[in-house]
Design a protein around this ligand. Structure first.
Ligand SMILES: Cc1ncc(COP(=O)(O)O)c(C=O)c1O
Length: 387
């Protein structure tokens, strides 16, 4: 098996093909070293670290990351992860009881659960715009129409994924947001960009009110590290942390910093992860990841006699669903069992998902992956017989 020259820069098990960076990004060795240095500083004198060193390092990291995203430090805060950040934004923006929150049926499960609970607490409703994933995805117009149909004069927040989670689709965001601005101008648009940092350029969409993105996926920062960007100071003035605490009265973004004692080293070394990422030629990395995903998807489709279900313009660059040759849709428990079998019997980390009425393997490709890493996946159908 040919091993990528980049692979040695990660601590990944050399016996395992790691093909699920999309779920859990792996951290490069150099970034782990930087994090350990911060933690060592913390342990040398915790009192001095938390009172004096941490606020300064945190501000420096915040400034660096905000500017890298194309935003500014006054409009950017670190948050632990995309799930908590979307829920934070929606909680802060649903200010009126009996309003409506809109999300799509392809939204991330944990986020949809959180939105349902915010709706319950505010006596509001969660309306789901249905995006079918049966026998192929609809067109961009169909998707925009589904969101359109869910909007009402009471819609206060719309949550949209830049790249959908289970299905790895690049949503036609500009078109959808244009529709929202026209039909429901009172609605705030929250963009879940969990997969965006590192993969899409520009990262921030042209129009949004709040954007959240993970750094612990494609940018390879240590867990947990994510960011929340407010479009302008009006939105920032409305943004409150999920757990109000110290400096709450100072408002965004200071109110997001002092959330109690914790290990904030993952935020502090997020700039190191960004510098590591940018140390590659980013065009070369993008071309490599896209080429691997395209080639491997073709290889598996040929091996299994299946075809892509998704219009090519909705392919997200570095992840892809490839349909498995099975007649019956697997239950979630069966899909999880098959994912584990692939891990144990093929030494390959990936994920099996069953959106719509079919079953797929969801592939991810990062700079350390080579086409050969995916060869063993051809054997998945032989594992399925014994499920
Ligand atoms: C669109 C989307 N939102 C949220 C998440 C959850 O990310 P986290 O576990 O970092 O909160 C994911 C994870 O893959 C995702 O794809």
């Amino acid at each position: 098996m040919s091993v990528s020259k980049y692979r040695e820069q990660w601590s990944l098990d050399s016996q395992v093909a790691y093909l699920n960076h999309g779920s859990f990004g792996a951290v490069p060795k150099v970034v782990t070293v930087a994090q350990r240095e911060i933690q060592a500083l913390e342990e040398k004198n915790p009192n001095l670290f938390f009172r004096t060193t941490l606020p300064t390092l945190h501000d420096e990291a915040r400034k660096f990351v905000a500017e890298w995203l194309g935003s500014s430090p006054e409009l950017f805060a670190f948050v632990p992860n995309a799930s908590q950040s979307v829920i934070t934004a929606a909680s802060a923006l649903v200010t009126k009881p009996r309003s409506q929150i809109v999300a799509t049926s392809l939204g991330y499960g944990g986020v949809l659960n959180g939105l349902a609970e915010i709706a319950r607490r505010t006596q509001s409703t969660l309306r789901i715009a249905e995006i079918a994933f049966t026998a192929g995805v609809q067109t961009a117009d169909d998707i925009a129409d589904s969101v359109f149909a869910a909007l009402t004069p009471d819609t206060s927040v719309v949550v949209l994924d830049q790249i959908t989670s289970e299905t790895a689709l690049l949503l036609p965001l500009e078109q959808i947001v244009r529709t929202i601005r026209r039909v429901a101008p009172q609605a705030r648009v929250v963009i879940d960009g969990a997969h965006t940092p590192g993969m899409l350029s520009p990262m921030l969409p042209a129009d949004f009110d709040v954007w959240v993105g993970n750094f612990h996926k494609w940018i390879c920062a240590p867990r947990a590290s994510a960011g929340l960007v407010c479009k302008n100071s009006t939105i920032a003035n409305q943004m409150t942390p999920l757990a109000p605490s110290w400096d709450f009265e100072a408002g965004f973004p200071k109110s997001f910093f002092a959330q109690g004692t914790d290990d904030y080293s993952s935020y502090l070394v997020t700039p190191d992860a960004i510098k590591f990422h940018d140390s590659f030629n980013t065009n070369e990395c993008d071309t490599h990841n896209r080429t691997v995903i395209d080639e491997v998807a073709k290889m598996l489709h040929n091996a299994w006699g299946t075809e892509p279900d998704v219009p090519t313009e909705m392919f997200c660059p570095w992840m892809r669903l490839v349909r498995l040759p099975m007649k019956r849709q697997l239950t979630k428990a069966e899909a999880d069992a098959l994912t584990l079998k692939v891990s144990q019997e093929l030494n390959t980390e990936t994920v099996i998902v069953s959106p719509g009425d079919s079953n797929y393997v969801r592939l991810s490709a990062h700079i350390y992956n080579e086409i050969e890493d995916y060869e063993k996946l051809k054997q998945i159908p032989s594992l399925m017989i014994i499920i």
